[in-house]
Design a binder for this molecule. Sequence first.
Ligand code: MF3
Ligand code: CO
Length: 251
Amino acid sequence: MITIKSVHDIECMKAAGKIVEDTLLLLERSVRIGITTGELNAIAEDYIRSQGAYPTCLNYNGFPKAICISVNEVVVHGIPGPRKIKDGDIVSCDVCATLNGFVGDAARTFCVGNVAEETRRLVQVTKECFFEGIRYARPGYRVCDISKAIQEYAESHGYGVVRELTGHGVGRQLHEDPEVPNFYSPRARQRLQAGMTIAVEPMITQGKKEVWQLDDGWTITTRDGKPAAHYENSIAITDGKPILLTCSEEY
Ligand code: MF3
Ligand code: CO
């Protein structure tokens, strides 16, 4: 069931979203060669809690850390730990925070040091996929119009679109209806309506689209070992352009 948010609900989601955005900006300033993903997790967790929010990922379906950190061939749901960031790594950070009963969810991929030009391009195009998709995030379109725009843009650059994971509704819960695939799916026929809040999150691979899950039950990596990037914002559908709840950038 898709829930429609009130104006007040959306104000609450903006407040949660601001904490998520600020956490990602802090992570961007903190990520450097030699830091461990566990240290980045601690920086994020401390900041989220300092703002009176809760790191939604912690214990979510048993996830053991406050945020997800996914390096290079890890697509999403990487578990922070002793892995040290190396020169040339791309580091995807996926942050969720709950404030006053509402969730914000966003992800960015950061380039550290001397990243290969073709991988920088992957990171840039993954962000552009999000903005291509949300051109259709308005009443009058369907969820699958967002999906199709993301897929076409990614594939036109020769990249792979992960099928196993999707965006989603977001609100009082981290994962609500509808599913928001990054590829055309006839199941995603729901019409967009003002007051819907969704997380749009392209997960794009430099090589083939196939992924698998490691034995830890969480980490998703590309099968071919090539890099993948992730870019996500929570957004609110309005009668005009969507509101970006986790991003202050003009677009
Ligand atoms: N931000 C992720 C998403 O969009 C949440 C990861 S779920 C967790 O689905 F359990 F790994 F935290
Ligand atoms: Co999400």
